[in-house]
Design a protein around this ligand. Structure first.
Ligand code: ADP
Length: 231
């Protein structure tokens, strides 16, 4: 059974790459609307945990729960659909199509979800405006600065109205001032929308924007709330 009130949970998750163990029994509970920073040394298993929570990887052992149901046991097609409709992703690099404009990139997840073209572009434009990018709608994202591109990536993650945003070192390629602005926008918009955010980072300033932080070490998580949300 899921923990009542948790939107997403890992329970005793293990995952190896061949003979290299990455997670060794990781448990974590995240409350709806919570902004959670996942910290820990390089190689401790943070990205692998994020990928398991998002249903991109399936655990070798253990369970992942989302919104009251098992995520890890769903068929691939159903997990892909959930990733498209209920989750948003912000990574350090590479999530935008550089040849497409900012508006095209943001409209893309909606068009893939069969939203009509006009409505998709209206919503994309509204999100670009909220992210202070109104003047750059028609610019190819390959021609944007790192900070501008990362704000387009935030618009693209938010445009479908996801329940959870997964961010993996979202400010890792930015200078500290630009990174702080990107985090402020992500956190501010997530709070307005009631979106849960799980952000992997080793930047203490990024973690300072979160409601709470957990630490991953040697494939395990220090989460005093694991298994006992609500709080
Ligand atoms: P973190 O995000 O904390 O840096 P990762 O989850 O990326 O940690 O990696 C955890 C462990 O798994 C590390 O020992 C890493 O070397 C190993 N690992 C990660 N990805 C792969 C892969 N594709 N193939 C083999 N080993 C991997």
């Amino acid at each position: 059974m899921p923990v009542p009130g948790a939107v997403i949970e890992a329970r005793g998750v293990t995952r190896s790459y061949g003979s290299t163990p990455a997670l060794r029994g990781a448990s974590l509970s995240v409350a709806p609307g919570e902004i959670l920073a996942v910290m820990g040394p390089s190689g401790s298993g943070k990205s692998t945990l994020l990928h398991c929570l998002a249903g991109i990887f399936t655990p070798d052992e253990g369970e992942v729960w989302f919104d009251g149901g098992r995520l890890d046991t769903l068929a691939d097609a159903r997990r892909s659909e959930l990733r498209r409709t209920a989750f948003g992703f912000v990574f350090q690099f590479g999530q935008l199509v550089p040849e497409l404009t900012a508006a095209d990139n943001v409209a893309l997840p909606l068009l893939l979800g069969r939203v009509r073209r006009r409505a998709a572009y209206e919503r994309a434009h509204a999100w670009l405006d909220r992210l202070e990018l109104a003047g750059l709608r028609e610019r190819r994202t390959g021609e944007l600065s790192g900070g501008q591109a990362q704000r387009v990536a935030l618009a693209r993650a938010l445009v479908t109205g996801p329940k959870v945003i997964f961010a993996d070192e979202p400010t890792g390629s930015l200078d500290s001032l630009t990174g702080e602005r990107v985090m402020e926008l992500l956190v501010g918009l997530a709070r307005q929308e009631g979106t849960t955010v799980i952000v992997v980072t080793h930047d203490a300033r990024v973690a300072a924007c979160a409601d709470r932080e957990v630490v991953v070490r040697d494939g395990r998580v220090t989460d005093p709330y694991a298994g006992r949300v609500p709080r």
